[in-house]
Design a protein around this ligand. Structure first.
Ligand SMILES: Nc1ncnc2c1ncn2[C@@H]1O[C@H](COP(=O)(O)OP(=O)(O)OP(=O)(O)O)[C@@H](O)[C@H]1O
Ligand SMILES: [Mg+2]
Length: 357
């Protein structure tokens, strides 16, 4: 066998969630290895990169701590990566925590009071912080001060505690959920967009180099085109294609190898996976393209309502294959075309014709 040093990760089951963007355990380790380390290595996001570059350069020139930064955008677009780059560019240490990890204001006070001057505090999923912690954060961000409450009840007293200047980097997939007072305290907000295919190709080439995998231009394009605009997915698909190339080919990745490999993992040419196609297929074949209620659609594909809504739909909506309307879910003409079916109006055959299509 010819496993490379990252080991036989082929013993993973073909993962139905191969194209979903959330990180799982194994991914976290590989992701760390594939993370760009500075702004120059960070692919795409030209606007955010240019703006952030100015913020950081100016702070460095003043010998000051950089302003607080909020990074928003869908999972897997590079928020965590960018936060680490911010620390690296500032030559500062980074402390990593997350909203859900901070249950009590006291937890936050403990972290804040142990920060060094200039340190970057990365607060992931900042929209999921508790209310009291959030209020403590307001003051910490603005005045570099927290009130530590000592004692309970009427005898409780607030002891003010000075903090060294630090840079808060908050990340969120749901910027809309942040209370305005919190949002307003960030000196810079970077919104991460989905990546263009050419940018994802660069990500794939870069990762292939780091993983020591041979890939040609067309192979990288094939993977990039199925990666839903998301670097994390591009990296994950690359690893699955690498497995296939090792087992079924000579280890080199070209277009036919990439296409065949992703076929095995049921990722289609547009990046839809089994669940996406099941949802779309049910909508078209069982409900004539809708409108149909979310719950009914979920039952039809044997999934939880939340799974359909949060896992499958965002991408289908973004791709213009499905629309959420007040009357229910509706397939677009592109959806019919993608599954190779004929819509009833145009086909004029009604339901019958659809099943035969
Ligand atoms: N601009 C980029 N250039 C190259 N690789 C990238 C880029 N952005 C992200 N990646 C890769 O994608 C992976 C996921 O990125 P990251 O963990 O930063 O996403 P995230 O936005 O923090 O996601 P989440 O919301 O799930 O926490 C990283 O391993 C990194 O290698
Ligand atoms: Mg992250």
């Amino acid at each position: 066998m010819n496993w490379d040093e990252t080991g036989p990760d082929t013993d993973e089951r073909p993962d139905e969630r191969l194209v979903q963007a959330d990180a799982d355990g194994e991914d976290t380790a590989v992701e760390a290895a594939l993370r760009p380390k500075d702004l120059d290595e960070f692919v795409g996001q030209e606007k955010v990169r240019e703006q952030l570059d100015l913020v950081l350069k100016a702070a460095r020139a003043r010998g000051a701590t950089a302003d607080h930064v909020l990074l928003s955008g869908a999972p897997g677009l590079g928020k965590t990566t960018l936060s680490m780059i911010i620390a690296a560019e500032m030559g500062a240490p980074i402390r990593i925590t997350s909203g859900p990890a901070i249950q009590h204001a006291g937890d936050l006070a403990a972290i804040l009071s142990s920060l060094q001057e200039g340190e970057v505090l990365f607060l992931d999923e900042i929209h999921r912080m508790s209310r009291p912690a959030e209020e403590m954060l307001y003051m910490a961000m603005e005045d570099f001060r927290v009130d530590v409450i000592v004692g309970k009840g009427p005898g409780a007293t607030a002891i003010p505690l000075e903090l060294p200047p630090f840079t808060l980097v908050g990340a969120t997939t749901r910027a809309g959920l942040l209370p305005p007072p919190l949002r307003d305290r960030f000196g810079f907000t970077g919104h991460m967009e989905f990546y263009a295919p050419a940018e994802l190709e660069r990500v794939v080439h870069r990762s292939a180099r780091l993983l020591d995998v041979e890939i040609d231009v067309e192979g990288a394009a094939e993977i990039a085109g199925r990666s839903r605009g998301t670097p994390r997915i591009a990296n994950r698909l690359l690893r699955r294609v690498r497995d296939y190339a090792q087992v079924k080919a000579d280890g080199r990745i070209d277009r036919p190898v990439a296409a065949a490999a992703l076929g095995v993992y049921e990722v289609d040419a547009r990046g839809l996976d089994r669940l996406d196609r099941a949802v779309l297929g049910a909508l078209l074949k069982l409900f004539g393209g809708g409108p149909v209620g979310l719950s009914t659609l979920a039952v039809a594909v044997g999934e939880e309502r939340e799974t359909v809504e949060e896992v499958a739909e965002p991408f289908l909506v973004r791709e213009g294959l499905l629309a959420r309307t007040p009357r229910g879910r509706v397939a677009t003409p592109a959806a019919w075309a993608h599954l190779g079916l004929v819509p009833p109006q145009q086909g004029g055959k009604g339901q019958q014709g659809l099943f035969g299509a």
